[in-house]
Design a protein. Structure first.
Lengths: 325, 346
């Protein structure tokens, strides 16, 4: 098990390094850089060179890349001050430390992703299980049909519709806003409930379908049938035997879906004008802000890889056969 | 599985229904008629949901293709600012606050789906032209994605060993990119390969940039699917037989393996196409895809979100159209899968 985790971790770091390299070289390969953008249209070569030097863009590319990557481990010194260990550089545009900017915005994206995951796992798997348990009844048909329709909705359509109904026309709720959990838990919950629910709705629908079909498959398994034949009650077999097995495919998909959950959080942020990681990515790209873009990409990839490793561990825990291979 | 030679032989002559227009969107349906697929076609035809959805999806592509003609019916186009242009001063569509006059966002005999607040552009024309942009671009990108995925998957699956290992690592690498963040961050960068960002970017270059970005991070699913299918096919007797009778690897791939991967490829295609459409819409929604005044489906949502507080009706038609389209495409995908593989019960 330890070896398994170790191997995955090393692999994750190699991947992160490669993603960093890809991001960096694709970004600097673009013909225009931040210096010429900051310098404006009538730019004297002297001033351009000054800006480039101030930003460290005059150094060789490999040097720039190495400085950036090693800075993450060791920290770096900038004219603006020292940047300690997980140092993602200083934003060209705002002059702030990228790491602290990301840390500032990340709680919002994490709230959306984790909150959404909690909601859609509970509701989705619950609805899927009930639909499977009462297969063929009206409950099942409603759950299947509703999940089919809801999974065709898009966040950027559903979001404004929900806002129109709950906020603009009735005034039942206030515009979504982010309040840090530590400062005001109630405000945090109320402020984020609409975005989290909208994000979760899309995923709930998919997970309902998945949980249902996975459960139905499990109920047809031999060991489940044997348990029923022994005279165990349907409910007991359902909860003790079939349930655990049906989770395996769901956990697998959940691991694959982390990337799209993060993506969903980005769309949700843009839909509700919330200031999270997705907004940072837009800012970085629009302002040709290399350190910010690098930071956001690496952070996003790190997040995805971390959850992937955690999923694999969970997976090995649910199904002992995985550990051996 | 049926004999692959039989499948290959009748491949070209398998366009089934002459009555349907030869739309690209029908491909899934038409190809379903490939033998051994007379059976599949019959199975598909019995599936009422599938047929209705196929008709709806084809309808969308036809409507999108005929956008300029259909917009002529009410006599509108997606670029004219009916609210500001003095030519239309005798037909006011906006009130003094820039909001549409009348009900449901200004629905009238001239403006069937209402008008855009502030500018007064015709929503019906904008939606039709926007669908044309999105659907046909998505179709092109999806075909490119599928092609790349099939080629990479075939190479990995057929040659196996070290080639397969490295292709697999490469696929994993691309899969671990934070996709949406990458799209947002690299659209402007890729666009700047074509034109200086300080100048106006022509629409075609924007489309090309989108194509590159979506293509770069879109082929992996297909590659994995084809690889795993080919991996199991490679060990089958008929491939063995072809090999001992002296067929070249190219011939084996073309005549023995490819015809047998057609089914999963088609099923994957019906899932991939709506995804691509949504990705394009996402780019435009995030403000890095198409920009004013190019009519685009995703851009209508960005505008809709902006106007949601004053004019919620603006979002209605584009949104409902998208939901119906995606819903039908998903149902169609399920039906195609069921028709090909009746064992996979839902």
């Amino acid at each position: 098990m330890v070896q398994f985790i170790l191997r995955r971790t090393v692999g994750a770091f190699v991947t992160l390094f490669l993603i960093g390299a890809a991001t960096f070289f694709l970004f600097v390969a673009a013909p225009s850089d931040y210096a010429s953008l900051a310098c404006g249209k009538d730019c004297s070569p002297q001033r351009l060179a000054d800006i480039r030097e101030a930003l460290g863009l005059d150094l060789p590319l490999a040097q720039q890349f190495w400085d950036f990557m090693s800075g993450i481990v060791t920290g770096r010194d900038f004219p603006a001050g020292h940047c300690s260990a997980p140092c993602l550089g200083v934003s060209f545009y705002s002059g702030d430390m990228v790491w602290s900017t990301i840390m500032d915005r990340f709680p919002l994206t994490l709230t959306l992703t984790a909150g959404g995951a909690v909601v859609f796992l509970l509701v989705g798997i619950g609805a899927g299980m009930i639909a499977a348990y009462r297969r063929g009844t009206l409950v099942d048909k409603v759950a299947t049909g509703a999940s089919m329709v809801l999974s065709s909705f898009q966040i950027y359509f559903l979001g404004p519709v929900v806002l129109t109904i709950l906020v603009y026309s009735t005034g039942w709720m206030e515009d979504p806003k982010y309040v840090p959990l530590t400062r005001d838990p109630v405000g945090w919950f109320v402020g984020m409930s609409i975005p989290v629910c909208v994000l979760a709705t899309i995923f709930t629908a998919q997970y309902t379908r998945m949980a249902r079909s996975s459960m139905i498959e499990q109920l047809a398994e031999d060991h489940v049938r044997t348990a029923r034949a022994k005279g165990m009650s349907r409910r007991y077999v359902f909860l003790r035997y079939a349930w655990r097995g049906s989770l395996i495919p769901i956990v697998t998909i959940l691991g694959i879906d982390v990337s799209s959950m993060l993506g969903g959080a980005v769309v949700t942020e843009l839909t509700f004008s919330l200031q999270g990681i997705g907004r940072l990515a837009v800012d970085g790209a629009v302002n040709k802000d290399l350190p910010l873009t690098m930071g956001v990409m690496l952070f996003g990839a790190f997040f995805i890889l971390l959850i992937n490793i955690l999923t694999d561990i969970t997976y090995a825990w649910i199904d002992p056969r995985i550990r051996l291979s | 599985m049926t004999s692959p030679i039989e499948t290959e032989g009748s491949g070209a002559s398998a366009v089934v229904s002459g009555a349907l227009p030869p739309e690209p969107g029908t491909q899934a349906v038409e190809l379903a008629g490939r033998s051994p697929g007379r059976l599949m076609w019959l199975r598909f035809r019995r599936d009422r949901t599938g047929v209705i959805c196929a008709v709806v999806v084809i309808g969308y592509f036809v409507v999108a293709l005929l956008a300029p003609l259909l917009a002529k019916l009410p006599g509108t186009d997606p670029y004219t600012l009916y609210g500001q242009d003095p030519t239309y001063a005798d037909h006011p569509v906006l009130d003094e606050f820039g909001l549409p006059l009348g009900y449901l966002g200004g629905v009238s005999g001239e403006h069937w789906f209402g008008v855009e607040p502030q500018y007064g552009r015709d929503l019906f024309a904008m939606l039709l032209y926007g669908m044309r942009t999105s659907l046909y671009m998505a179709l092109g990108i999806t075909l490119l994605l599928m092609l790349t995925g099939v080629v990479i998957g075939l190479i990995g699956g057929y040659f196996g060993g070290r080639t397969d290992y490295w292709i697999g690592r490469g696929t994993d690498f691309f899969l671990s990119f934070p996709q949406q963040l990458f799209f947002i961050a690299f659209m402007p960068v890729v666009t700047s390969f074509f034109v200086d960002p300080r100048e106006e970017t022509p629409t075609y270059f924007r489309a090309a940039a989108m194509l590159i970005v979506l293509w770069l991070l879109g082929w992996m699913g297909m590659a994995r699917l084809v690889r795993s299918t080919v991996l199991s096919l490679r060990e089958r007797e008929f491939v063995e037989a072809a090999r001992v009778s002296g067929a070249s690897p190219w011939r084996i791939v073309r005549k023995e393996i490819l015809p047998n991967v057609v089914t999963p490829i088609l099923v994957q295609f019906t899932y991939q196409l709506p995804n691509t459409i949504l990705s394009i819409a996402f780019l435009s929604f995030a403000g890095v895809g198409f920009v004013e005044p190019t009519p685009d489906w995703g851009r209508l949502f960005a505008a809709g979100a902006r106007y949601a507080e004053q004019d919620p009706a603006f979002m209605f038609f584009p949104g409902v159209a998208l939901v119906i389209f995606v819903l039908c495409f998903n149902l169609l995908g399920d039906s195609v899968r069921d028709a090909f593989d009746p064992k996979s019960g839902r």
